[in-house]
Design a protein around this ligand. Structure first.
Ligand code: ACO
Length: 328
């Protein structure tokens, strides 16, 4: 079992709050519909902030909380599907802004599974690089990619970032472990959740292709996918870690819909209680940032303690699911 100690967690949330009632002013929806079907009451959206500024704010907090210097960072991974541009990556921008001169930095794209995929990937990097330290940040500015005329998607999403700093260096202060990871991809179902289609306007291509940037979702298909595949993913990862579901202290699930979290608890034959924390009411679905923001809040509130067993599960575009089991 390899050392994988989470040294600190942090989050960065845009200032602008948009309530369900605010949305009802600009589209045919209501607080009653949104909160009953999803659990969402508010979301935060970027105005002055950018994907890069949110991610950089998280990175700076992680350094300040741990007194780790930027030069000691070996890896910076940003999970995002709403970067400020395709190139350079958000991670590269963060690396430059915090002057982490020895870090390799890159983004990963696994939609709402991005944070769990990133944790597994960071674990692999640390496992092959002794005495190293890495940063994983989930950062999203989805509000710029939402079709604000489409009430079936516009009410669901929000912006924000969260992240953590992990080391495999031996320390008296931390004794965390990465216990297992189960990542799955279902590419044949990818058309049920799409965003950012870029048309080819090269002079060598005929036709009048159109770009289609906004997010589109077949909500029913994604809902059914989630409540079927997420419990499977959790069961497999927990079994791989040689644990039982009863050993898990917190199931930190991607916050896409409170009803999905409840259904997953039911399918795992577990009560929907404090072990299934929820913060979708405040943030909406922040995609790759959602598990990270929830984790940061639970740590801030003193709910998660050293030694706790955490299941972290993402699901969404790809389609993808990802579960990692960690001893905090
Ligand atoms: N306000 C009011 N009415 C609405 C709204 C709205 N915002 N949106 C849809 N409706 C209407 C529909 O038009 C429909 O009306 P009709 O019955 O007259 O046709 C009715 O409400 C019911 O719509 P449904 O789509 O059946 O509502 P449902 O209960 O399925 O909830 C939802 C929709 C919330 C999208 C749900 O399907 C869901 O959560 N899906 C999964 C989303 C998800 O998990 N995404 C995760 C990944 S995200 C990522 O990777 C980026």
């Amino acid at each position: 079992m390899s050392t994988f100690s989470i040294m600190a967690t942090a989050k960065s949330i845009p200032d602008k709050v948009v309530t369900n009632d605010d949305l009802a002013q600009i589209m045919d929806t209501s607080d009653e519909w949104i909160s009953r079907r999803t659990g969402i009451r508010r979301r935060h959206v970027v105005t002055t902030e950018t994907n890069t500024s949110l991610a950089t704010n998280v990175a700076k907090q992680l350094l300040a909380k741990t007194h780790v210097s930027p030069e000691e960072i070996d890896f910076i991974i940003v999970a995002t599907m709403s970067g400020d541009q395709l190139m350079p990556s958000t991670a590269a921008a963060v690396q430059g802004l915090i002057q982490a001169d020895n870090a390799m930095a890159f983004d990963i794209s696994a939609a709402c599974s991005g944070f769990s995929y990133g944790l597994d990937l960071l674990h692999s990097l640390l496992a092959t690089h002794p005495d190293s330290t890495g940063m994983l940040i989930g950062s999203e500015a989805l509000s710029k990619l939402i079709d604000w005329q489409d009430r079936t998607t516009a009410v669901l999403f929000g912006d924000g970032a969260g992240g953590l700093l992990v080391t495999n260096k031996q320390s008296a202060d931390y004794d965390g472990q990465f216990l297992s990871g189960k990542l799955s991809t279902y590419g044949a179902d990818g058309d049920s959740l799409t965003m950012g289609k870029i048309a080819n306007h090269s002079p060598f291509v005929s036709g009048d292709a159109k770009s289609d940037l906004p997010l589109h979702m077949d909500g029913h298909r994604v809902f059914d996918f989630a409540i079927r595949r997420v419990p499977e993913s959790i069961r497999e990862a927990v079994a791989q870690a040689n644990l039982k579901l009863s050993d898990v202290d917190f199931f930190i699930l991607h916050q896409a819909n409170q009803r999905i979290v409840k259904s997953v608890a039911r399918k795992l034959k577990l009560p929907f209680d404090d072990r299934f924390p929820i913060n979708i009411d405040e943030y909406g679905n922040t995609s790759a940032a959602s598990e990270a923001i929830l984790l940061a809040e639970l740590v801030e509130d003193g709910k998660i303690k050293r030694g706790d067993i955490l299941v972290m599960t993402g699901f969404g575009g790809g389609l993808t699911t990802g579960t990692v089991v960690i001893k905090y």
